[in-house]
Design a protein around this ligand. Structure first.
Ligand SMILES: [Zn+2]
Length: 91
């Protein structure tokens, strides 16, 4: 997976890690590596004076908003039904 590819996707539209997997034909089991790539792209973009933003994950059951990138469970209602984070490059 090339960081440049991840960045160019996120420059077009907000995407979840899973959507990035599909777009780059990466197996969804490697989603963790996509999150790592997102973190690295944030640093690269910062050096270029750009910013990578996150639309935070949200619990679909109670609406709790997370601050972490990839939560598995809601601390409030224990639901695992989570709307994933989306990432995008601030234009
Ligand atoms: Zn919840």
């Amino acid at each position: 997976m090339r960081i440049e590819d991840v960045i160019s996707l996120l420059e077009k539209e907000p995407m979840t890690a899973r959507e990035i997997c599909y777009a780059l034909q990466i197996d969804p089991s490697q989603e963790k590596e996509v999150f790592e790539a997102i973190k690295r792209s944030a640093k690269i973009l910062k050096r270029k004076g750009k910013q990578l933003l996150m639309i935070p994950p949200k619990c679909r059951k109670c609406g709790f908003q997370f601050e972490t990138m990839n939560p598995s469970r809601c601390p409030k209602c224990k639901s695992e039904w989570i709307e994933p984070a989306r990432f995008f490059v601030q234009p």
